[in-house]
Design a protein around this ligand. Sequence first.
Ligand SMILES: O=C[C@H](O)[C@@H](O)[C@@H](O)[C@H](O)C(=O)O
Length: 431
Amino acid sequence: MRKIQGLRWYMIALVTMGTILGYLTRNTIAAAAPTLMEELHISTQQYSYIIAAYSACYTIMQPVAGYALDVLGTKVGYAFFAVAWAIFCGATALAGSWGGLAIARGAVGAAEAAMIPAGLKASSEWFPAKERSIAVGYFNVGSSIGGMIAPPLVVWAIVMHSWQMAFIISGVLSFAWAMAWLVFYKHPRDQKRLSEEEREYIIGGQEAHHQTNNSKKMSAWKILQNRQFWGIALPRFLAEPAWGTFNAWIPLFMFKAYGFDLKHIAMFAWMPMLFADLGCIVGGYLPPLFQRVFGVNLIVSRKLVVTMGALLMIAPGTIGLFTSPYVAIALLCVGGFAHQSLSGALITLSSDVFGRNEVATANGLTGMAAWTASTMFALVVGALADTLGFSPLFAALAVFDVLGAIVIWTVLQNKPISELEEQQKPKQALA
Ligand SMILES: O=C[C@H](O)[C@@H](O)[C@@H](O)[C@H](O)C(=O)O
């Protein structure tokens, strides 16, 4: 059978398509909101319940989806969740009230919770450790691209047909991707189109805790009891509110703080997301560069990226010192770049630290911590933005990330759990 050179990059492109469609279905509701709220007579508060239903289900289901992925395997597991979110997204078209929309969106959120853990698990399977962060950067960039595609696609569907059509199109596209995933995704050891040279490069470049003979699996409870878990989960808890804020509040901030009209919002509000994309990609290439330049190990290279991102997040934290809206947009672009570069490193660390049998469970648990903070901070922004203004909130995000960088250097040890446990054995034997 003819071998395909560089097959691992085709695999990560397939994973990236999944993230793009996951974010497309996630953002369809926001893009359709003005039409939905008018046609179904939905109040702003009822709309917030619909958004909260997605966020709550997505938050709670990440460790559950991660565990299912570790048990079912990446191929079948991700296909199951993607088919589920495709069906629930299409079913959103049947909703006739805010309650029906909340149920449908909660179901979509529950299914989409597999998106990031599956992306990391696939990256762990198809890339050597030194390229893992690059793979994560590529699939994570789908989170910004999907968000950028949603508005034009939804507007086209509404103009051509109805808001229901927007959800049906997003669902059909997701279902088609899920079928492609089932056909094309295989573990490198099972992929006949993979050359022996590339198979050896991939699997030979992975740590012991990702080798197929590693049958040990950590329970979720054991993961939660491990210091290494908290060395990743706490920085993600502190970092994620920035992503939620950049995604949900920039247009409103530009309107309230600088009087931006829709035309100016359309012209500028998307720029921080473009720089977020850049942050995903550049952030992925930095760890191998830092390992070469500074001679540091894999986990320390991720810590350096997190620290760089945290320091760059100080830029949007200074927004209150300037009056120009264009300076504000520039500072938010730095923030978007900073956040996704550090977030990609934090997501990758679950695979650097945990083994192949629990990597998705561990990542799902850190994702639950992240989204718990993001949801809490969204409520704080909603309560304080009109009285305090946004500037102190952006400053708080900068402080959170600097705290997260301090935590990662003081809590997270520089070795995977498997090596730390090996080190403990002689000491325990002597004890
Ligand atoms: O922090 C932001 C992340 O990098 C973002 O891209 C996603 O991973 C997000 O956490 C999610 O779960 O959708």
